[in-house]
Design a binder for this molecule. Structure first.
Ligand SMILES: Nc1nc2c(ncn2[C@@H]2O[C@H](COP(=O)(O)OP(=O)(O)OP(=O)(O)O)[C@@H](O)[C@H]2O)c(=O)[nH]1
Ligand SMILES: [Mg+2]
Length: 212
């Protein structure tokens, strides 16, 4: 499996939030980039933004109601009690003056109408996939592709996930050979940053002229 560059090298310039929220952009900030963190219900989008954000993240969490339990499939996320109903927002500064503004999208199909507004101005998407429920990712991948956004896939690993080969996963998800696919633990800041770096490197590589 392709692995993202280590967070210990390019890494963050200010690091994820450590209780002292760093509201101000570092002086080195040069490129401000909007990134979507997308994926199906309960895949770990809010968790990933929480783990990396250097500012207090904005959340729009609501408790799962009796009504939503009928439609939101809790398989694999039985302990889940809340869901994102609009967006998550966070910010992370990377070395080299790149600052990512992270917009977490809601996971359920019924929030699709929000997609165009949330996606407006984004340069790319990190699509989280739960390998226990690969099929649940198809709608979001379709939506990202329809929008024309370049993306990277981050496989969020849960303890009871089966292991697949990279080739099996790429075929199941129908990924282009150039689309980065990395493993991550959304709860772990370094792991989440590595996934974001894989996306950023992909965006930079796409921007480069073919012959260098
Ligand atoms: N074991 C494990 N659990 C995780 C991981 N990432 C998230 N979780 C847990 O999975 C549950 C769902 O995470 P959320 O971050 O709320 O998922 P979400 O994609 O934002 O969910 P929606 O906004 O409802 O679509 C939470 O209970 C997390 O603690 C992970 O990498 N490993
Ligand atoms: Mg969420």
């Amino acid at each position: 499996m392709a692995s993202a560059p280590s967070s210990s090298s390019p890494g963050t310039s200010t690091g994820p939030r450590d209780g002292t929220d760093d509201l101000h952009l570092p002086d080195s900030a040069r490129d401000l980039v909007k990134i979507l963190v997308a994926g199906p219900f309960g895949v770990g989008k809010t968790t990933l933004i929480d783990s990396v954000s250097e500012i207090r993240p904005l959340h729009t969490e609501e408790h799962l109601s009796e009504a939503s339990v009928q439609v939101d499939d809790l398989a694999g996320v039985r302990d889940k009690t809340t869901t994102t109903v609009a967006i998550d927002f966070g910010r992370v500064s990377l070395a080299g003056g790149v600052v990512l503004y992270l917009f977490g999208t809601p996971g359920q199909e019924r929030f699709r109408s929000l997609w165009a507004d949330i996606a407006y101005g984004a340069l790319g998407a990190l699509v989280l996939v739960d390998t226990r429920r690969i099929d649940d990712s198809f709608d979001v991948l379709g939506l990202v592709e329809e929008t024309g956004l370049p993306y990277a896939v981050a496989l969020n690993t849960f303890p009871d996930s089966r292991s697949y080969t990279e080739d099996q996963l790429r075929r199941s998800l129908d990924l282009d050979p150039g689309t980065p696919m990395v493993s991550c633990d959304a709860r772990d800041a370094n792991s989440s940053i590595d996934s974001l770096l894989a996306l950023v490197q992909h965006l930079i590589a796409r921007d480069r002229p073919e012959t260098w």
